[in-house]
Write a protein that binds this ligand. Structure first.
Ligand SMILES: [Zn+2]
Ligand SMILES: [Zn+2]
Length: 180
């Protein structure tokens, strides 16, 4: 057993048994999930629990699927992944629960230039997106240097316009390594 599993067990075991077993079956075995993502999964489920919301298997599955992704994916892709894993579910239920998760702030939605589709990702650490104009590849970046300038801008903007900026989203468009 790797080290991260021990930490996860310690955290997961505080949760209801059904959730714990669901977690064992669907998440622990999937080695694509990093420790950070595992913790994000648990925190988001815990948030649902704290808010007194129903933790349905489909909601758990949506969150666990998005926890394994390194880039935003569409609702169609989420549905396909469920089907691939043999989860029998009606499309409308999945779409409704994706909507539910977004409204509760568990996941974020994004639109990208030239893409008539909404993409979803887990509401985790703040980051920006880089999108290839040619192949459509979406990458995630954690831009520390830019963030400092943005924070300064936000402070100045509050002073000069009396407008308090709470969040921002930045997308960079260009050509990826393969498409140049
Ligand atoms: Zn490309
Ligand atoms: Zn930022």
């Amino acid at each position: 057993m790797i080290k991260s599993d021990i930490i996860i067990f310690a955290t997961v075991s505080q949760y209801p048994k059904a959730l714990y077993f669901y977690y064992l079956q669907h998440c622990r075995i999937d080695n694509k999930i990093t420790l950070m993502k595992n913790n994000t999964y648990i925190q988001l489920i815990k948030r649902l629990e704290d808010d007194g919301e129903n933790i349905t298997p489909i909601r758990q599955k949506i969150i666990s699927i998005l926890c394994t992704e390194v880039k935003p994916i569409s609702s169609r892709e989420i549905l396909n992944k469920m089907t691939e894993e043999g989860v029998s579910v009606h499309r409308a239920t999945v779409y409704r629960d994706i909507d539910f998760c977004e409204k509760r702030g568990l996941i974020n939605s994004y639109m990208f230039k030239d893409k008539p589709v909404v993409f979803y990702e887990i509401a985790g650490e703040h980051h920006h997106h880089v999108i290839c104009d040619v192949c459509g590849e979406i990458q995630i970046i954690f831009p520390n240097k830019i963030e400092k300038s943005i924070k300064d801008f936000e402070k100045d903007f509050l002073k000069s316009n009396n407008f308090k900026i709470n969040s921002h989203r930045i997308k960079f468009y260009g050509q990826c390594d393969k498409c140049q």
